[in-house]
Ligand binder design. Structure first.
Ligand SMILES: O=C(O)C1=C[C@@H](OP(=O)(O)O)[C@@H](O)[C@H](O)C1
Ligand SMILES: C=C(OP(=O)(O)O)C(=O)O
Length: 427
């Protein structure tokens, strides 16, 4: 539980914790590679710690202290059959990417997670992995956890994913790396491409083309030695929105990942009128990185839909907060994927921002938000969803009086130290 007072502005220079998507992949690929990998800037959040714990249960030696990690890879077939159940906690990325890896392994494993994971659809990965030859059993015919899998002897497939999902794309690509022949994955819109970029830095050939990706089976991963994880733009988004909505704010956020498949939030902030400049644009381990300066400016409502949605899917809860402080109507559409995240994020955003006085209504595939509204302190709940807890906290900064947020422990999933960071910037 956390109590937050309305504030005037946020100011200063900060960094944010490491990128969650990149941290998961860095651990998984280092475990499967030949050679030792040092990871710097790792996100020590609950989700990435679940990934570490699962690979330790498969015999991989992982030293981790805060954001420093050292992994001794054993090669693709160096994993051993886990004697215990693999518990992914709250992490969709861990379970879906690991299913792709386990589909290639000639042993049996059982995967479980928390009650949120138990509600999230797994058929989107178990269907293509079964087509490749993996033996998967689970609740509702492999649609939900608990799941068990025995892999090996896969055949490459050509698969058309019905959703734009990096987790589906990554699971199929990883299985494809050890399948006979070629594996091709088509997706309706481009999802984040961290898997493709990082696989290349491990010496893998991955071909990206308009509408999909292709890999050849039988490739080995070779450690690049060192991986530097940039700050997570999805975490920076909460601070960016706080600065955008609070008059007099001025923040400099250093070392943030700027992968173009993730920068929808930057496009939205600019289109709504925020005063935002990127500095020092550079590349680290094949991932673009920059420093972001943002100042408050008057905001206007916009329409958000189509190809931009996968580029900002995790930012929609906090974009909804932004929209409450913009003049006019903001419409978010084509975002039905929000219903299958840690919570149904259409329902939880509407419920929690509604408690603070936002004018927000749900639609089939998004939300309509009318601004600008005066928010008033209330009692909110994260519903166990880190992004809902942090979005409510940012809204609370703009609200009059005091807001209580319940179940804030969930924020550790992606942003440990969130409240301390926020407090550092409050004037
Ligand atoms: O691959 C990843 O690291 C992620 C992909 C996205 O999920 P989907 O693949 O379900 O879109 C995103 O919402 C999640 O936070 C992380
Ligand atoms: C959806 C998310 O993560 P995951 O799918 O890994 O649980 C998220 O971090 O918002």
């Amino acid at each position: 539980m956390k109590k937050i007072q309305g504030v005037n502005s946020v100011r200063g220079e900060v960094t944010v914790p490491g990128d969650k998507s990149i941290s998961h992949r860095a651990v998984m690929f280092s475990a499967l590679a030949e050679g030792t990998t040092t990871i710097e800037g790792f996100l020590p959040g609950a989700d990435c710690l679940s990934t570490i714990s699962c690979f330790r249960k498969m015999g991989i030696d992982i030293e981790q202290e805060g954001e420093h990690v050292r992994i001794t890879g054993k090669g693709w077939y160096g994993l051993t059959e886990p004697a215990e159940v693999l518990d992914v906690g709250n992490s969709g990325t861990t379970i879906r990417l690991m299913l792709g890896i386990l589909a290639t392994q000639p042993f049996h494993s059982v995967l479980v997670g928390d009650e949120s994971i138990a509600r999230r659809p797994m058929g989107r990965v178990t269907i293509p992995l079964r087509q490749m030859g993996a033996d998967i059993a689970g609740r509702q015919n492999g649609g939900f956890t608990p799941l068990s899998i025995r892999g090996g002897n896969l055949k490459g497939i050509e698969y058309r994913s019905p959703v734009s999902s990096a987790q589906v794309k990554s699971a199929v690509l990883l299985a494809g790396l050890q399948a006979e022949g070629e594996t091709v994955l088509y997706e309706p819109g481009l999802s984040r491409d961290h898997t493709e970029r990082m696989l290349r830095s491990f010496g893998i050939e991955v071909q990206s083309f308009e509408g999909g990706v292709r890999v050849r089976g039988g490739q080995r991963l070779v450690s690049p030695g060192r991986i530097e994880v940039p700050g997570d733009i999805s975490s920076a988004a909460f601070l960016l929105v706080a600065a955008a909505i609070l008059p007099g704010s001025h923040l400099m956020i250093r070392n943030v990942g700027m992968n173009p498949t993730r920068t929808g939030i930057i496009d939205v902030l600019k289109e709504m009128g925020a005063d935002l400049i990127l500095y020092n644009v550079r590349e680290t381990n094949g991932e673009p990185v920059a420093d972001i300066e943002i100042k408050h400016a008057p905001l206007r409502g916009i329409e958000i839909g189509g190809a931009i949605i996968p580029r900002l899917i995790d930012e929609i809860p906090v974009i909804s907060v932004l929209a409450t402080q913009a003049e006019g109507v903001t419409v978010i559409r084509d975002a039905a994927e929000l219903k299958v995240k840690e919570t149904n994020r259409i329902d939880t955003v509407v419920a929690e921002l509604g408690k603070l006085g936002a004018d927000i209504e749900p639609t089939e595939d998004g939300m309509i938000i009318r601004g600008k509204t005066r928010l008033t302190g209330a009692t909110c709940d994260s519903h166990g969803d880190h992004r809902i807890g942090m979005a409510a906290a940012v809204a609370a900064l703009a609200a009059s009086g005091e807001t209580t947020i319940q179940n804030t422990e969930s924020i550790n999933v992606s942003f440990p130290g969130f409240f301390t960071k926020l407090e550092q910037t409050i004037e």
